[in-house]
Design a protein around this ligand. Sequence first.
Ligand SMILES: Cc1cc2nc3c(=O)[nH]c(=O)nc-3n(C[C@H](O)[C@H](O)[C@H](O)COP(=O)(O)OP(=O)(O)OC[C@H]3O[C@@H](n4cnc5c(N)ncnc54)[C@H](O)[C@@H]3O)c2cc1C
Length: 403
Amino acid sequence: MHVCVLGAGIVGLATAWQLQREGHQVTVIDRAAPGAGASGGNGAQLSYSYVQPLADPSIWTQLPKLLLSPSSPLKLRPQLDPLQWRWGMEFLAACNARTSRDTTEKLLVLAASSRAGFEAMRADIAPDCDFSATGKLVLYASSASLEGARAQLELQRALGSEQRLVTPGECIAIEPALSSYRGQMAGAVYTPSECAADCLKVCAELMRALSARGVRFMLGADIHGFARSENRIAAVRTSEGDVQADAFVMALGSASHKLGRVLGAYLPVYPLKGYSITVEVDPAPGAAPSVSVTDSARKVVFARIGSRLRVAGMAELVGHDASIPAARIETLAAATRAVFPNASRLEELSPWTGMRPATPKGLPIIGRLESAPSNMLFNTGHGALGFTLAFGSALKIAQALQA
Ligand SMILES: Cc1cc2nc3c(=O)[nH]c(=O)nc-3n(C[C@H](O)[C@H](O)[C@H](O)COP(=O)(O)OP(=O)(O)OC[C@H]3O[C@@H](n4cnc5c(N)ncnc54)[C@H](O)[C@@H]3O)c2cc1C
C-alpha cells in the first residue's frame, strides 16, 4: 500500500519508519525540514513512566496563582478563536481525579509500547542522537508538594512504573550536580528507567535511514487541502503539486486542527507554547547533571544530551505566536544558575520555542475518525509527551491500517 505521511516531526517520522518496516511504500510531506516544529528543541526526555496529564484535579487550587503571577510558567492570552475557548472548557472538564487516572493508565500502556518501539528503532538504524538511560528525578520544594506527588506515584507504581520517593541526600547521591541545591529540596520522585535523547537528531537520523530505504521525502511542500473522491481522499494538495496515495496519515502537530477542519473533522488540538535553551556543559565530574531532572516548583526540566544540557519549560495558551521573549529565556537561564550553578558558563543559549500539540485530556488522537474520509488516519495531539509516545503511536497506526 502507498501511504502518505503528512508531517515530518517525530510523530510523522516514527510512523514512516514503522510503515516502511512493514513493507508499505511511504511518502513523507512537510513544509520544512524534519523536526522543524515542536520536535526540534523539546525537553529531550523519554518520560515513559512519568506521564501525569496537565488536566489534573490539582489545577483547581494552582490555577489562580498560575494565571496571576507575573513569573508564572503558565500564561493565557485570550484570543478571538473559538477553538481556544472550546479547548479551555474541555480541559477544565477533564481536571478531575477519574479522568486523570484514566488518562494516566492509557498513557502508561502507550508509553510502554513506545519504549519497545524506540528500542527497536535504535537497534534498526543505530541513530547518533545522544541517547542516555540515566533515570529521572522530579524534585519537590516542600513536604506538602512531595506528599501530593505520593498519590500519583502510587497510581503509576500500581500500573507498573518503577518509582520511589527519595530524600535530598539520596537525590545528591543519585545526581551529585544537585549538591548546592540541597536546601531547596524536600525530596524527589526517582524513576531509574527513564531515558533522554536529542529529538532533532532522531528526526534527522530517521530521514537519513528512511531515504536510503526508498522513502520519498517532499520537503518545502505546504499542504493546503485535499482532493476527495466520495468518502475517500484521492490526493493531498500541496504547494508542490498533488500527491496521490492509498492512505494518508495526518501528523501535523499543532497545525492538525486547521487541516482537520478542511476535512470536516473536529480535532481538539491547541498549541501549548513552550521554550528551551541548550547550553554546552562543563565536563568536570559533578558540574553538570547526567540524570534528567524536573524542578516541579519552577516547572522546568533539565536533560543531558551529549556535551549539552537542554533546559525547557513554560506552557502558554497564546495562539500560534512564535516570538521568543527575552524574559522567558532569562527565566530558563536563571533556573539553570540556581539548580546547577557549575553546569555551564551559559555563553550560547540557543533559544527555541515550540508548540506542544495539546488535547484537553492529554490523550493523543490515533487512528480513523468517523467524521473524516475512511483512508485518512490521524496521529496527532501528543502534547507534552510526543517524543515519548511517538513509536507506540506509530505501531497503533500500522495496526489500524490493517483493520
Ligand atoms: C518546550 C517543550 C518541551 C517538550 N519536552 C518534551 C519531552 O521532554 N518529552 C516528550 O516526550 N515530549 C516533549 N515535548 C512535546 C513534543 O515535543 C511534541 O509532542 C512532539 O514534538 C510533537 O510531534 P509532532 O510530530 O506531532 O509535531 P511537530 O514536531 O510539530 O511536527 C509537525 C510537522 O508538521 C509540519 N506542518 C505543519 N503544517 C503543515 C502544512 N500545512 N504543510 C506541511 N507541513 C506542515 C511542520 O512543519 C512540522 O514539521 C515538548 C514540547 C515543548 C514545546
